[in-house]
Design a protein around this ligand. Structure first.
Ligand SMILES: [Zn+2]
Length: 319
């Protein structure tokens, strides 16, 4: 194996940059012994100043151990590696594309509270989708751009609070007794027999794919998808990712980003829980997750009881 940047042999050896989109300006890494390219996102943009994208094979293999294993290195029997080799099931991208043009209460809230250009940026970054009754779809896409599933939820368009019961719902006349506060794309597809019976969900962090789009941005980790998106509006220099739940801060979800700089912002009720989880994960994966206690220092007793998160604080200050 001899991996290097591909030598220039005419325009066909220069590609479209995955970050800035400029054609014929992206040099890919290739194994010159086999003439096989590394992944299409791995390479360097020729526009060093204006774009600056550089995703190295080393970073890629660290982030994608299974790819490394299958394609380039002899197998070993390390248990942890075997776990990585279980094939990941995905959702066809046409289902995602169908949701992108659809409205949602969540998007209405963003458009009413943030500049349109900024909202359009996060719509593209996170592939924010819409579903029936103006529900939002938060797609989980990993750093190999595999679509794992989508989480479908309802929000109030004015307060951006979750709608958790039928009586909270402003569109309750549209809903029948089957109202569900949360459902998943893969479960809906299974119900309609659009996925094979043996299809199994493996979740990833919400926003994991941003690692490919913005490899240079430090990662900020929060609990909810809504918080990740809102914080990305306030603080764009970071890759905001969400675990999708209090108990979803797990070794498997952190593994693909373990080499990155990660700061976690637990919700107010969960600092101690996340602290002990993060310490365990750091030991097992070699990650260096740091916990921010910025909220702990500012919160009132009421804030704590409400279990507010970092986006609630930003929305309060700006609202
Ligand atoms: Zn570029």
């Amino acid at each position: 194996m001899n991996i290097q940047l591909e030598k220039y042999k005419g325009q066909s050896t220069r590609f479209t940059c995955p970050k800035c989109g400029r054609k014929h300006s992206f040099t890919r890494y290739i194994d010159t012994e086999t003439n096989i390219y590394i992944d299409e996102k791995v390479g360097i943009c020729n526009r060093a100043i204006k774009c600056g994208y550089h995703y190295t094979p080393k970073q890629f293999f660290e982030n994608n151990p299974s790819y490394n294993q299958n394609s380039f290195t002899p197998s070993n029997t390390n248990k942890e590696r075997e776990k990585e080799l279980i094939p990941i099931k995905q959702i066809d991208k046409n289902y995602l594309l169908q949701t992108l043009s659809k409205p949602s209460n969540f998007l209405t809230f963003l458009l009413n509270n943030f500049p349109k250009n900024d909202v359009e940026r996060v719509m593209l970054d996170y592939f924010i989708g819409g579903a029936k009754d103006n529900r939002v779809v938060f797609w989980q896409i990993d750093s190999m751009l595999r679509i794992r599933t989508g989480k479908i939820m309802q929000y109030n368009p004015t307060t951006c609070r979750r709608v958790k019961s039928e009586s909270d719902s402003i569109t309750q006349h549209l809903n029948n007794s089957t109202f569900k506060p949360l459902t998943w794309v893969h479960s809906e597809l299974k119900k309609q027999n659009l996925l094979p019976n043996d299809w199994q969900l493996t979740q990833c962090l919400f926003g994991e794919h941003l690692l490919i789009k913005y490899p240079e941005k430090p990662i900020m980790l929060v609990e909810s998808e809504k918080t990740a998106i809102i914080m990305s509006l306030y603080q764009p220099p970071f890759n905001w990712m969400a675990t999708g739940g209090l108990n979803n801060l797990t070794e498997n979800k952190i593994y693909p980003i373990r080499k990155q700089q990660i700061t976690a912002f637990p919700d107010l009720k969960c600092f101690e829980l996340w602290k002990s989880k993060a310490e365990g994960i750091n030991l097992k994966t070699g990650s260096k997750i740091e916990l921010s206690n910025i909220l702990e220092g500012r919160a009132t007793k009421e804030d704590r009881e409400l279990g507010l998160d970092i986006a609630d604080f930003f929305l309060r200050v700006s609202g």
